[in-house]
Ligand binder design. Structure first.
Ligand code: JJ5
Length: 442
């Protein structure tokens, strides 16, 4: 779990003093004269549980807090003279185009930003040697992109040379860079921010965190997660239909979740059609009277079918040795889905039981769909918070919703650990209740 936070580290140092009146001032007065700007003094408690708060009071400690996100009355940059840049990195996630579109529309209409570059194929777009010219983004050019999945900017994995990228940003006079990507990408964004600061080049780098697995700490949920769960439920339903339609049918679905099984748990609970969920956080035995294979055999024997959901990072210890790393630096995983398919097939054969097993691996189908309504709203809120933050000269931060409030989280903190399914708490209990599987396979 996350380490204890030092209250002095929960707010990142901004670029400098803010002296420019916000163009929103006029607009806010028009739409709602009582509308308040947000002050840097506005803070959101990191921990809101009474016993934690009491303990801090008793020990005379400061409360770790995040800075509240939102429009500031005075800005660091003069928006109409500020060039912005946007890039998307890593694997696809529903909502990427919604984030791009909202960044452009908000910067253009609310802040009157005149030039917004869309850098192509992630950090490659900041390295001239890769040969991708930036696109000029306008409200017209992004008007319809949210109807489609994927990212219109293109994406790639992996880092580029930090100095080369900052040279490029300086050459184009980019002062606000929006980086949509995962933990590795955000670490790269933080290094860009630090290098610009070292050079005395005023550059605001603001991250919009992307993790379809919903494994970011200090974020209520990540964008795209709800869409992914909704798609996953459809796929589980297909697996269930296949399983019940065959004699001794087993539907096996592999879902995303490298270290955190939130999608697998959500799909199982929401569908009500899953008999067993395997996640990275809960280890399981395959063999023996209390093992996974015997559980599935008994379920098929008694009910004629079974549906199994396995998160991609589950049971890696059953698979042969490390598989190296991908371009993002993530440990390559062994294929637990194919492995379980083979094990179930062998086990039924050795038990002389008929089996019709359908294995579904829908990762790319799920990642590439357009976002659902709630995710669209969320993408827009995050993008708007990011534009407000950049204009106010915030840097080295990501925007997040935490305990219901939009906040700025320093990248160093956001990337310090990940959130996982806690097998002692209620999400996992809800899974056990929904599936009827035992608390553990041992
Ligand atoms: O090493 C990690 C790690 C550290 C934090 N590998 C995967 C996920 C992870 N996190 C959670 C996380 C995911 C996405 C983003 Cl954008 C961020 Cl900032 C953190």
């Amino acid at each position: 779990m996350e380490k204890k936070l030092n209250p002095t580290e929960t707010v990142a140092a901004p670029l400098g003093e803010r002296t420019i009146p916000s163009p929103l001032d006029e607009y806010m007065l028009l739409v709602n004269p009582d509308h308040a700007f947000y002050s840097d003094e506005g803070r959101v408690l990191v921990e809101n549980k009474l016993h934690e708060v009491r303990a801090m009071i008793e020990q005379g400690e400061d409360f770790p807090c995040f800075e509240v996100a939102g429009p500031r009355k005075k800005l660091f940059f003069k928006p109409s003279e500020t060039t912005c840049g946007i890039l998307t990195c890593g694997g696809l996630c529903p909502g990427l185009n919604d984030v791009i579109r909202s960044l452009v529309i908000h910067a253009h209409y609310r802040y009157k930003v005149k030039r917004i570059y869309g850098f192509r194929y992630g950090f490659e777009g900041l390295n001239p040697a890769c040969g991708h010219e930036p696109q000029i983004l306008t409200p017209d050019s992004v008007a319809n992109i949210h109807r489609f999945g994927g990212t219109t900017l293109g994406t790639s994995r992996g880092p580029q040379d930090i100095e080369v990228m900052v040279d490029r940003l300086q050459a184009l006079d980019v002062r606000a860079l929006f980086v949509v990507g995962g933990d590795g990408t955000q670490k790269g964004a933080n290094r860009i921010s630090e290098e610009a600061r070292r050079r005395g080049y005023a550059l605001s780098v603001v991250g919009i965190p992307k993790t379809i697995d919903n494994d970011m700490i200090y974020m209520d949920k990540s964008f795209g997660f709800e869409t992914a769960c909704a798609s996953a439920v459809e796929i589980v339903h297909s697996a269930h239909t296949e399983a019940v339609s065959a004699r001794n049918g087993v539907g096996l679905v592999k879902l995303m979740g490298r270290h955190s099984g939130f999608i697998a748990c959500a799909a199982a609970i929401a569908s009500g059609e899953v008999n067993c969920v395997l996640v990275p956080e809960v280890s399981f035995a395959l063999d023996g009277a209390n093992g996974f294979l015997e559980f599935i055999r008994q379920r098929v024997e008694s009910r004629g079918h079974a549906v199994v959901v396995v998160a991609e990072g589950a049971g890696q210890y059953h698979l042969p040795g490390p598989c190296g790393k991908d371009a993002s630096g993530n440990e390559k995983l062994g294929d637990i889905g194919v492995f379980l398919k083979e094990k179930i097939t062998e086990y039924f054969k050795s038990s002389s039981m008929e089996l019709t097993l359908k294995y579904i691996d829908p990762s790319y189908v799920i990642r590439s769909v357009p976002a659902t309504t709630q995710d669209r709203i969320y993408c827009q809120r995050l993008a708007q918070a990011a534009v407000h933050a950049a204009m106010a000269g915030k840097t080295g931060i990501i925007v997040a919703r935490w305990q219901g409030s939009y906040v700025h989280v320093p990248i160093a903190i956001a990337t310090s650990s990940r959130r996982t399914v806690d097998a002692r708490r209620d999400i996992w209990f809800a899974v056990l209740e929904s599936t009827g599987q035992p608390a553990s396979f041992y």
